[in-house]
Ligand binder design. Sequence first.
Ligand code: F6R
Length: 248
Amino acid sequence: IHNVIFESSKEASILVAHELANLIHRKEELNEPCVLGLATGSSPIKVYEELVRMHKEENLSFKNVVTFNLDEYYPMDKNNIQSYHHFMHEHLFNHVDILPENVNIPNGTVSAEELQQYCIDYEMKIISYGGLDFQLLGIGRTGHIGFNEPGSHINSGTRSITLDHLTRADAAPSFLGIDNVPRKAITMGIGTVRNAKRIVLLGWGISKAEILKKTIEGEMSSQVPATYLQEHNNTTFVLDTEASSELT
Ligand code: F6R
């Protein structure tokens, strides 16, 4: 992995958004779809803000972009304001010219019987586009990427998982209490993410410092799933000063 450290997450996010815009332009010239893997949560918000600004002020078009989101709570209704479906529309999709049919977000309403096949189909759909050109990630305090909690296999694909207690505790404030946080989620796998041609992980703030030290300097292990990025040949960790403060 290669780390870059910025004083402000805003400045860093703008640079990441510019890399994305360059990729979108390059793919447009090649007349190929630009296939993006996207994350929710607090970490990517400023990247989406800058992409929206570039769409409005600089004619950046998403007509050629196909997106796959990493994860969704399960069960979860699309219209629920806690859903990642809602988050993505609020922060990005409602403000740009992406075609609705090119937006893919795991569906938190599939039945228990259909769930396994649904996950296989999600994975196959990513493969049908030739894989992800770019995957944007945040990191959870358990070391999860997507919702690949400790114990996740290096070659895992899209599947349903049980959320860690710490992950549910971190989500509790926005759900007005831990009892309201779903116990499960659908997530792309570690293998799905690692197949991306380019990966950028965003880490901001002191609360991420300890897990980022383990992820970057620790031994590769399923106990810290993000360590599996150590062996990916085109991954950059974009951090702010606080998040990088435990690195040696
Ligand atoms: C979200 C996701 C998660 C988050 C992680 C960090 O789609 O896949 O792995 O990136 O939980 O969340 P924030 O950015 O809110 O600290």
